[in-house]
Design a protein around this ligand. Sequence first.
Ligand SMILES: [Fe+2]
Length: 187
Amino acid sequence: MTSSAQEPKYTVPGLSTQDGGKAIELLRLRLHALNDLSLTLKHIHWNVVGPHFIAIHEMLDPQVDRVREMADDTAERISALGGVPAGTPGALVTERTWDDYDVGRADAIAHLGALDLVYTGIIESHRAAREEIGKFDAVTEDLLIEHLRSLEQFQWFVRAHLESAGGTLSNADAQTETEAARSAEGK
Ligand SMILES: [Fe+2]
């Protein structure tokens, strides 16, 4: 555990308080990532423009609802493990290890190019946390696996807009959201 990690006074039965503390610490950043994603999806819902506005505007709200459920389940798992979920914007911004989404008003395909990278980031870090938690707590691991199924399905919804009939993604080589937005637009 890092120095900021707190060993809880109690945790779920059958788990040591030390392992409970490790799970709480790993879930802390997952909660930030999910809260961040739900806000970012709403930001895109509000800022998307162009001929495909309504398709993307309406595609995103069910994703927001599901991601908010995932955040709620994560926070309540932290509580069940004996920890204290951090749900404030200040804690999120201070502790997150990624930058703010940086596309404002833009065409649907540009946002989708950038959103693909957002999903890649959260899926990679969720998978890494799943692997670590799976070493000592299968129940918390199961929660993350359930999240990953939805997150990977949502990324597919996004990628289907970027994919050619030959199976290539238009933003495949992009390293940043701005680059991904530009290459998705064919610029
Ligand atoms: Fe709305």
